[in-house]
Design a protein around this ligand. Sequence first.
Ligand code: ZN
Length: 422
Amino acid sequence: MSSTTLTLVFAGFLLASLLVRLWLASRQIRHVALHRDAVPAAFTATVSLAAHQRAADYTLAKLRFGLVSLALGSAVLLGWTLLGGLNALNGWLLAAAQPALGDLGYQLALLAAFAVIGGLIELPMDAWSTFRLEARHGFNRMTPALWLADQAKGVAVAVLLGGPIALLILWLMGAAGPSWWLWAWGAWVGFNLAVLVLYPTVIAPLFNKFQPLEDGALKARVEALMARCGFAAKGLFVMDGSRRSAHANAYFTGFGAAKRVVFFDTLLSRLSPPEVEAVLAHELGHFKHRHVIKRIVGMFAISLAGFALLGGLSQQVWFYGGLGVAPNLAAPNDALALLLFLLAGPVFSFFVAPLFAGLSRKQEFEADAYACRHTSASDLRAALLKLYEDNASTLTPDRLYVRFYYSHPPAGERLAAMGALA
Ligand SMILES: [Zn+2]
């Protein structure tokens, strides 16, 4: 391939993905707006018109915000690649940092500078999303001080975790010969397994308080359910999600001995004990169907393909030239190759995203079916309705938009599937 060919293919895919995203967003906007003034027939008994309109307004506001962030993201991507931003940053660091820091230090500085600039560009978007979008729709509970503290902790975690793995991968790229990508993949897998263990016990507690679920009627129910489903009833925690947001959730994290179930306090305050039990049964369903393990193994398989591809691409001059960067002649190009791969990859992978979204929705149906077998289907229905309503998820999404993006089926499809089961 020549540089020009890659430039054309990249620009073509970027344009096509933008057009598809715009088309899908406009379909979703039209569809939600069109159905804003009537609760769908299946929900007239359970959802008020006010709640339905609140969900529509929130969905529309998020879509419009998404379009702004899509425009910004595309401009930044073009700025880094074809317009020469990364090339300029690299040229500057090569002159300023490489003589003093050496090859590895200069490459690490390039990754760090890229991350800092990217983070600074994203910061106002994140602030807007939290303090305007979420706040206007009654979800934000974060103070500016807490938001700033979160950002600072996020940077610290990124430096402490990201720094060493970036350094290790750069070193392997330079020192491990033509099959470096296999070694780097092994390091990546090890790193991710370590994070999976560290996340619930070390990282998440930096941001939230986790308290063991208190004794009482709820705990007794939950323990009985877990015993019934063959789980060791330990590791039940309540998280102070209400410090940041009114959105409610529950999740299952870690594996082996580090396994734990986390309930947001916002979830416990909204759902009755039988409904919480039904939500937990859904989470246990994910575990029983091995969705967690499948997702991890799938991620590792995809990253292996990614590293192998990068192993080949990083040797090609057209890979750099085609994406707007002149490769270094007197210094290694590993950091550049990594960055270009991370920048350009999503433009191409966008078109397979619906596959993964579809798989995820299928797993949600399986977890729902599991929950209906082990608890009451009507409790799960009631819990889901409350959650969809509290999170202001629209009941009337566009079909194609759902197929492309939704990791969870819309409420109507889930309740219909459960109705068929009951
Ligand atoms: Zn689920």
